[in-house]
Design a protein around this ligand. Structure first.
Ligand code: SF4
Ligand code: SF4
Length: 426
């Protein structure tokens, strides 16, 4: 893959039907914001295959993005090794459909990801993730490669606003192009995870946790995600929103059917459309705000064009939001702003449920995921030092046993009570 700085025409270099000199920046800007939306009611193989073909077809077809014979890294969301029906990972039928389209283009395909923050980038961990997510079967049946190359390289990001260097896994750098295949889920820290956040999995293993440590505020973290996307620039994003995750995602939420496949070359436009499907306000999501700040999307979304199905008919109005999103909306009162300095006490904090925990010796994933080393082991159980904890929820995200709940401290409950009373009075 060629890492390049942003130019007005760089995303279109693979389009065989367009000549570079024919493309004006206005046309590119218009095309960058198109999102294709198709209904897909189940993970039946034929239905998914048809939906993915139609979805990419509405954008001009796979040949518009990928040249015949190119080496393509397909990047699913493999947050952690979890059963397929938990909706933690991209469904294998969606990955299969994308790979089949690439094979029809005579491409060389490799499926590559470095799973969630607490998972080391090792062959053993990858094997487990591929197996649980059903991707080993897809790869075997299609005769394509699963990535086991554990090397990575540090790449300069001269145009990055907040981060100027990223370590990126070799499998992505060695490919001519990346196709991102995210899973639509809620996210306690960033409110949603879709196209923009999926790219974070190109950073190797435990190194991901260092970004949480350096960027504890969700808005800064989101700026970093946009820096990363602008650097690696997946040519196309194809989102699995057939069954999404609602509630306290991206790991401990519940599967919820939306029945959609979405696709776009714009990570920001795709995530904005995905927010709408979940009835989450795009304006409150960090990655959308960061993209708007860079002119990648208009603030009023007037440049977002959704083609295909009618999104208004597909919005899941009662989609359960993450606890952090609900509370952030409540806390937008004047009183809350006045109480801003008490936000640490107010914020939800991770509480380990000893009876569910598998033990730090057996598991310990929360300890490895914590970017602040705020979790230590006592009598084979994790204990959080709340003085160090930055409320990034990486531990909650990675726990395989749903053994971490989010609760408020005594002081936080008092602040919340004050805010709730004032909000009711207003
Ligand atoms: S709390 Fe969860 S992640 Fe941490 S040791 Fe227990 S089971 Fe593992
Ligand atoms: S203990 Fe705090 S800082 Fe550590 S991973 Fe959990 S939420 Fe983040």
């Amino acid at each position: 893959m060629t890492i390049s700085t942003r130019t007005d025409t760089s995303t279109l270099i693979a389009r065989s039907d367009l000549s570079m000199r024919d493309i004006s920046p206005e046309i590119v800007a218009e095309q960058d914001r198109i999102v294709s939306l198709v209904r897909c009611g189940s993970y039946d193989r034929e239905e998914v295959s048809n939906a993915v073909s139609e979805c990419i077809g509405q954008l001009g077809g796979i040949g518009r993005y990928i040249k015949s014979g190119e080496k393509v890294a397909v990047k699913p969301n493999l947050l952690r090794a979890a059963p397929i029906d938990r909706a933690v990972t991209t469904h294998p039928e969606v990955v299969r459909a994308v790979c089949e389209l690439l094979l029809s283009q005579k491409c060389e395909v490799v499926i590559a990801d470095s799973p969630g923050g607490g998972t080391p980038f090792t062959e053993r961990a990858l094997r487990r993730s591929y197996s649980e997510s059903g991707l080993d079967k897809v790869a075997r049946e299609l005769g394509i490669e699963l990535n086991f190359n554990l090397s990575f390289k540090t790449v300069a990001a001269p145009n990055g606003r907040i981060i100027k260097r990223f370590s990126i896994i070799r499998a992505a750098l060695d490919a001519d192009a990346i196709i991102s295949v995210p899973k639509l889920k809620t996210h306690l820290f960033t409110y949603m995870t879709g196209a923009t956040k999926n790219t974070f999995g190109l950073i190797p293993g435990l190194e991901k946790a260092t970004f949480h440590s350096r960027l504890p505020e969700a808005d800064d973290f989101s700026e970093m995600l946009v820096d990363l996307n602008e650097l690696v620039r997946p040519r196309l994003h194809v989102m699995d929103a057939v069954v999404a995750m609602e509630g306290n995602g991206p790991n401990a939420g519940k599967p919820r059917k939306i029945g959609a496949i979405l696709s776009s070359e714009s990570f920001a436009a795709l995530d904005a459309a995905a927010c709408m499907l979940m009835a989450i306000s795009p304006a409150e999501v960090g990655v959308i705000k960061a993209a708007v700040g860079r002119g990648l999307l208009r603030r009023d979304l007037s440049d977002l064009r959704i083609v295909g199905a009618d999104i208004q008919e597909m919005i899941v109005k009662d989609f359960k939001k993450p606890k952090s999103y609900i509370e952030a909306r409540r806390s937008q009162s004047a009183l809350w702003r006045a109480l801003g300095r008490m936000s640490r006490a107010y914020a939800l904090r991770p509480v380990m449920m000893k009876e569910r925990c598998r033990g730090t010796e057996n598991c310990g994933e929360c300890m490895r995921a914590c970017p602040r080393n705020a979790i230590r082991s006592r009598a084979d159980r994790p204990v959080v030092d709340y003085g160090k904890c930055i409320r990034c929820y990486c531990c909650h995200e990675i726990c395989p046993a749903d053994a971490i709940s989010l609760q408020r401290s005594f002081g936080g409950k008092i602040v919340k009570g004050m805010i709730d009373r004032k909000t009711k009075e207003a």
